[in-house]
Design a protein around this ligand. Structure first.
Ligand code: GUN
Ligand code: FE
Length: 461
């Protein structure tokens, strides 16, 4: 359905490079009826820019950023389990393998009840939109109908998404109550989800919701199932997501289960699962060889710092991955991660990088505010195959954006402090300082509005 043409006026901030944010003040972006940025220019030329596109000024809806507020690209969550949303924050002192057994498999299995799935998935999609997540790479469960329901909800609520039915068929490592009966059954069920997702109305080359092949991780999959998924990925040029090298016990287990392979990365590689469209979550304990192999295949890494600290999995070395040429995005990894907020993931990425630095004693290992915001936007876009389409404000890209707003502390005592969360802005901060305040103490109260492909999908209050 065609949208009204729109003009956004004010301050626009996005990543120019990994290390640098670009600030465009007094600027206008014109958005066409398909939600694409058609023109960018000085705000004073608004009328002339509208005319240059052959548009009628009266047909354009104008939105201005408030003083001190700004437009920022929508966040991209490259790794989130929508099915685990009710467990966010619940993990005790457990580590990965025990956590899966105790908390995760029972919850995921319970979502075969579609009413329950509807409740959980609706809450998850709405909550992530409210946090500014305009694109998410979701794991659902093994259930076909519930997975399709998640895809339909993303489509209806307007969130860009990759949605994957979880594949897990190893009888010795998956519980009887939650497992594909066979590799063949898993593959057939996966194909059913792909077919459903690809027919969602309005889908085309730039489909809002796309399928993603989702072998849970090597320890829960048979070779047959991974080989089948690898072949399908190649045949249909599909996205792939899985977990890798998250926990030392898991790495040891993969060695035992897959003797004859060089390492964890080689297991996926030999099953044709390492492609430029593959998102590997975690990658904490990778060797030099593995980082080189992942870079050579152009596969991506989803860095999930909240999860890695919560499950005491370890500290991922993002600078090290970047130096090897690996593209990295951020994942909330709900519910290994306790928060559905990509801003929280960005903050934790900055903090985890400081822990890396405390052990390497190399200051270079610290990530800056600019770098974690790059991970949350442009880095994420590379992971989900949308580089050049979302993650920044350039002509030809989609208007996937959030309006960020702070509490401006007034000069006169009798005035009220305005809305906008717990980030107090006094007016004397420069823009770099404002961004630092947002990253380190902002939350969803600062996210006033959210758009995906030009459509308003969240409005606060
Ligand atoms: N490895 C296999 N499954 C999972 C999962 O659900 N979450 C995390 N964090 N790691 C996994
Ligand atoms: Fe995960």
């Amino acid at each position: 359905m065609a949208l009204t043409r729109q003009a956004f006026v004010g301050t626009f901030i996005h990543s120019k490079t990994k290390a640098e944010l670009e600030y465009a003040h007094e600027t206008v972006l014109l958005i066409d009826e398909n939600g694409i940025i058609a023109k960018k220019g000085p705000a004073k030329d608004l009328s002339a820019l509208i005319t240059s596109l052959g548009w009628d000024e009266s047909s354009v809806n104008v939105t201005r950023s408030p003083p001190g507020g700004f437009f920022f690209p929508g966040f991209i969550d490259t790794h989130i389990h929508a099915s685990q949303y009710p467990n966010a924050g619940i993990f005790g002192k457990s580590t990965l393998l025990a956590w899966l057994k105790k908390y995760t498999f029972p919850l995921e299995s319970s979502l075969k009840d579609l009413a329950r799935a509807q409740r959980v998935y609706t809450a998850c999609v709405k909550r992530t939109l409210a946090h500014g997540t305009t694109t998410a790479a979701y794991y659902a469960t093994i259930d076909v109908d519930a997975t399709n329901l998640l895809a339909k909800l993303c489509f209806d609520l307007g969130q860009r998404a990759l949605v994957g039915r979880v594949c897990m068929d190893r009888p010795d490592l998956c519980p009887d109550f939650y497992r594909d009966e066979s590799a063949e059954e898993g593959l057939q069920n996966t194909k059913a989800c792909i077919e459903y997702i690809q027919q969602l109305k309005g889908n085309g080359d730039d489909a809002l919701v796309r399928p993603i092949l989702t072998p849970r991780f090597a320890p829960s999959c048979t070779s047959d199932s991974m080989r089948g998924l690898g072949a399908l990925a190649r045949e249909k040029d599909l996205h792939v997501q899985t977990h890798i090298s998250e926990n030392k016990g898991e790495v040891e287990l993969v060695k035992e289960l897959f003797p004859g392979y060089e390492d964890y990365t080689d297991v996926y590689d030999q099953h044709d699962l390492l492609t430029p469209r593959t998102i590997l979550a975690h990658g904490i304990h990778l060797s030099e060889r593995e980082a080189r192999a992942i870079a050579a295949r152009q596969s991506k890494v989803a860095h999930c710092p909240c999860s890695n600290s919560s499950l005491s999995s370890g500290t991922a070395r993002i600078r090290w991955l970047w130096r090897h040429g690996v593209d990295v995005g951020l994942g909330t990894d709900v519910s290994g991660g306790y928060s559905p907020s990509v801003l929280e993931a960005a903050r934790q990425a900055a903090l985890v990088s400081r822990h890396v630095c405390m052990s390497t004693e190399d200051d270079e290992d610290k990530l800056s505010v600019e770098e974690v915001l790059y991970l949350a936007t442009r880095g994420g876009a590379q992971c989900v195959g949308l580089e050049g389409k979302v993650g920044a404000f350039e002509e030809g890209m989609a208007w996937d954006a959030q309006l960020v707003q702070f509490r401006n502390v007034p000069e006169g005592e009798e005035e009220e402090i305005g809305d906008g969360g717990n980030v107090d802005v006094f007016g004397w901060e420069d823009w770099e300082e404002k961004m630092a305040k947002w990253v380190y103490s902002g939350d969803d109260r600062n996210t006033a509005r959210v758009w995906v492909r030009g459509r308003l999908v969240h409005s606060r209050g």
